[in-house]
Design a protein around this ligand. Sequence first.
Ligand code: JFZ
Length: 471
Amino acid sequence: MNRSMNVLSRGKQNWLKLAVVGLMVLFPLATTRAAAPEPQPPAQDRAAWMDEARFGMFIHWGIYSQLGRGEWVMNREKIPVAEYEKLAATFNPVKFNAEEWVRIAKDAGMRYIVITSKHHDGFAMFGSKVSPYNIVDATPFKRDPLKELAAACQKYGIRLGFYYSHAQDWHHPGGAISRGPWDPRQKGDFDTYFQKKALPQIRELLTGYGPVAVLWCDTPWQMTPEKARQITRLVRELQPATLINSRILYHGRDIPSLSPEQLSELRDIGVDFLSYGDRQIPANPFPDWHWETCMTLNRSWGYRADDHDWKTPATVIRMLVEVTSKGGSFLLNVGPTAEGVIQPEAVAILRQVGDWLKVNGESIYGAGRANLKSPAPAARAPRGRRGEGAAETGPDWLATARPGKLYIHLFRWPQEPFALKGVSGSVEKVSLLADPAHEPLRFQQDDDTVTVHLPPKALDDRDTVLCLELR
Ligand code: JFZ
């Protein structure tokens, strides 16, 4: 690095030669170390792409998918290690097609994917030299789906991140276990597990799969700040641009009550974004942090045959809007079957969300908090059944914004001219994103109140977005 900088300063006529030599030097390097040895963005900008992306696909997939009772089945049913291991011998997801999965994410308007590389059951869904308990060595499938996904993501311009259960491992002796152990084979020393399996496998993930957008840790039982630092140091050494979530040290549900000291320790350790408690949108996320919340499309993470409680596209859109209006990122889960198929119900919902985003994406991607001086309307009293809550009981509208533009997401069509209070700046134009011509709407502005005359009917019952252009 230093050497080539000295050469550079000697003269510009050597540029071409340098570039050619540089390529020859760096290319073999790139195959052994995935991190491109080019200048890295400053630490505080590493996660800036999340503001642009806003929406990602979470994938929970493992040998547990065969049983159709979720990813916790081994723990919940106290299945002995030797018996659970047998699931590897029958795991053969012949319908798995990486490009198809990536296309489903892309068509949904998702900009990144986070897939379980190893869940709490300890089974690696990638070819690992560290442990033979992995999809390439222990299953008839023998392929490495993470390699295939990495290639497909490159092709379609989607970022790829890996969920890695860094603390819990119900297979390796000493791995952390919530409500366990239940099998003598699980007994052992956590530190040995951590040094001998977790860290080496994280190294494999960061060296064999190209650029890794996120290392998504989870359930940090027995973790200490020192151990968290060991992971972040390793990640920074291998791929300085990889984001690391707060679950490396804290459970999602603990995030809202972290003290300023704990938060600054997290920053110091190298955590890039806060990962809030799952299936909940935080009421007041910390404003000076990137953050993400993860959500299921039904009620399960890993495939559950008996879970048909799907959220509607309207609910998903509302959630995405609410997360964006609070400056966060939305990681929405699918749980493919053991054959490697993302359930058609999930695909259908995602396609509709994607269609909405094709029209209204500018109110989401790169958009964020709106600084209205009056608060957004309150949610209505709950009445709907669970899972439909957001669409039935949420507020009538929410606001997102970007410099010079304010987006009002109308979930319920107003019966009268729509009056928006608390607008700072003077409004130049108001239009509907769903109107292909963006025909200007009639409006008046008195101080900070803008009154808009809307057409009689919503253009999209789920969310019609009003765009206010400001000076
Ligand atoms: C964890 C995992 O145990 C689960 O299997 C799944 O992978 C999910 C995404 O993450 O479950 C959690 C993690 C955090 C909380 C609840 C469940 N939390 O903080 O409320």
